[in-house]
Design a protein. Structure first.
Length: 158
């Protein structure tokens, strides 16, 4: 009986090691609201960056969801509401939109939130995307003067 050695070669793609980060370009501040003028807008930017550390290619999926705030919804032009910070209690409606679109930026309840894929490898060691949160307060809301505020939570998933 003859036994021949068999050489079995298995080749797998090298797994990529990478790191991702999130940086913010500030908060959304409408400054002054006048119900008789054009709707004020304010923007904040978020930059997602992934860096290739070692190994092969990496396709890194990402999503960004935004909480609804105190109103509990993100639907409609005044879906979100800011609360007046003094007596008497009052609210002013606003919403946050994806970049320059008319799609409300929200969560799965809104059905609209940005997502994509960052691709990094030895030849493309760094890739990033910039997303803009565009806040709009519709004109014509008659509210008492004062300071209004709202806290929203932006969740980034890689």
């Amino acid at each position: 009986m003859l036994v021949w050695p068999v050489l079995l070669c298995i080749s797998e793609r090298a797994l990529a090691a990478y790191s991702c980060s999130v940086s913010s370009g500030g908060s959304i501040n409408f400054l002054t609201y006048d119900p008789n003028t054009a709707p004020p807008t304010a923007n904040a930017t978020i930059t997602l960056t992934c860096n290739h550390l070692s190994g092969g290619n990496a396709d890194i999926p990402w999503t960004m969801t935004l909480s609804n705030g105190s109103s509990g919804t993100c639907l409609g032009v005044t879906g979100r509401t800011m609360q007046r910070q003094a007596s008497p209690a009052a609210t002013v409606g606003y919403n946050i939109y994806q970049n320059s679109t008319s799609a409300e930026w929200g969560n799965t309840g809104c059905g609209t939130f940005p997502g994509g894929t960052l691709k990094v490898n030895n030849g493309n060691p760094v890739e990033s995307t910039v997303q803009t949160l565009r806040g709009v307060m519709p004109a014509g809301q008659l509210v008492p003067s004062g300071s209004y505020a709202e806290t929203l939570v932006l969740t980034v998933t890689f």
